[in-house]
Write a protein of this length. Structure first.
Length: 118
């Protein structure tokens, strides 16, 4: 899980799309610098605060090998939170341990987000 606090510091209601990207620091293949894995639109009144808690299963850190199989490798991953791929506001590094795992063919990439208003 990854939690981020947001606040509307303006004088009008507004909405923003908070985005979560993953960067794989130690992959066995060349990977994109960032991959969008989750996002959530939140609308806040003036001065209102909220905490967005994203659930990202480790399986979402997968990539497709040359043989066409989706795999999750152990290693170091950076989770980035921002308003776009060019506007990252925070980042945290996580380590995935264990053996390389092949995902089932019918695996679905699903994340979720809960919004708690303050």
């Amino acid at each position: 899980m990854l939690s981020v606090k947001v606040q509307n510091s303006g004088e009008r209601s507004g909405s923003e799309v908070v985005q979560v990207y993953v960067r794989d620091h130690v992959a066995s293949m060349v990977r994109p610098l960032q991959e969008l894995k989750a996002f959530q639109r939140v609308t806040l009144s003036p001065g209102e605060k909220a905490t967005l808690t994203f659930s990202l299963p480790v399986d979402m850190f997968n990539f497709t090998r040359r043989d066409g199989k989706r795999v999750v490798e152990p290693g170091e991953f950076e989770l980035q939170v921002g308003l776009s791929s060019a506007d990252i506001r925070a980042a945290v590094t996580v380590n995935v341990t264990g053996e390389t795992r092949v995902l089932p063919e019918k695996w679905r990439m699903l994340s979720s987000c809960e919004i708690e208003r303050a």
